[in-house]
Design a protein around this ligand. Sequence first.
Ligand code: ATP
Ligand code: MG
Length: 353
Amino acid sequence: PQVIFSGIQPTGVPHIGNYLGALQQWAKLQNEASPKTTLLFSIVDLHAITVNQNPRQLRNACHQMLAALLAVGLDSKRSIIFFQSDVDAHEKLMWILSCRAQMGNLSRMTQWKACLAHRSKLNLSDNAPPVEALLNTELELGLYSYPVLQAADVLVHRATHVPVGHDQAQHLEFARKCARTFNHRYGTIFQLPETILSPAKRVMSLTQPHLKMSKSHQDPRSRILISDSTEEIAQKVKTALTDSVSGVSYDPVKRPGVSNLIEIMHHFRADGASCKDIARDCENLTMRAFKEQVAKCIDEHLFEIRQRYEELMGKEKEGYLREVAESGAVRARESAAETMHLVWDAVGLGGFQ
Ligand code: ATP
Ligand code: MG
C-alpha cells in the first residue's frame, strides 16, 4: 500500500513557494488518493531548532503552521497531521541511522554548502571569522546532521512517496541511501521512498531572484505569505526586483526577476497558459501594469485560503487545533511503532523485548 509522507518546518507562515512547491500538492494527493493510501504530514519542529528560535515564537509558529495546513485543504480525518516532537520514534530512528550515515555524504549536501557559502542559518555573529576557520570549532552539529533526521522522518513511517520541492530532492536521495545501508546491514525493512516533485519545483525570492524563496530569509519582502492581505501582496510584488529592459519577456537566465513573476502567475492561473503564452499576452505592458496583474492573480487564488487561515487562528478555534494535533500524534505514533518494532528486532535493541 502507498504511504505518502512529507514535512514542513514551523519557521513562519508558509509562503507561495511552500504552497506551490509542496502544500498544494499535498492537498491534491490527499484528495485524489485511494482509500487504502495512508497520508502523513508533519510539522517538523525538531528541524526548526537547527536555527536559533525563541521558544514562545516557535510555539506560535507551530500553531500558525497547523492552521495553515488545514487552510490549504488538508483534512485531519483523512490525513495524519502531527508535530514531529510528539512522536519520539523519529529521534530514535535518527540515532540508529546516524550510526551508519557517512559524514562525506552530509558534507556534500547542497543546502549545507549553501549555508556555508551565504553564512545563512549558521547562528554566527556578524564579526565571526570566515566559515572555513570555524569548520572544526564553532559550527553546530544540528544543521549539518539534520538530513539524517529527515531520513528518519520518512523511513519511520515506511513512506513510499514523498512530495517536496526541488531543494529537498538531494536529501531524499540521501534518505534512500540510509535505507539501502540499513537494509543491507540488518535485513530489508525499509522501502526506498520515491520523490514526487510538483510542477512548481523552485519559486524564487522576490528580492534576490537567484535564491529560492525561503521562510527564514531575513527580508520579509522576499516572500509572499499565504496569509498576506491584498495590499501586502500588491506592495511586495510592486517592489520585487526586476530589470530595466522594457516590456515583458520570459527568459529565466537573462531576466530572472521578471521570469519568476511569470512563473508564479503560470502556476496560480488555472487555465493552463504557459509561461511563453503569458509573456506574449503581457508583452507590451509596462512593468507596473504587469506587476499589478501578477498581484491580482495571486490574491484571487489566496483569498479563500487566507480567510480560512484567519478563522482557524481565532481564539475559539484553539481547542479544535489541539484536538487535531492530539489525534494526529496518536495515529502517527502507531504508524511509527510498527516500524520501530521491526527495527529494534533487526538491530538487537530493547533488552528483553
Ligand atoms: P526555511 O527557510 O526555514 O528552510 P523553507 O521555505 O525552505 O523554510 P521548508 O519548511 O524548509 O521551507 O520546506 C517545506 C517544503 O517547501 C519542502 O517540501 C520544500 O521543498 C518546499 N519549498 C521550500 N521553498 C520552496 C520554494 N522556494 N519553491 C518550491 N518549493 C519550496
Ligand atoms: Mg528549507
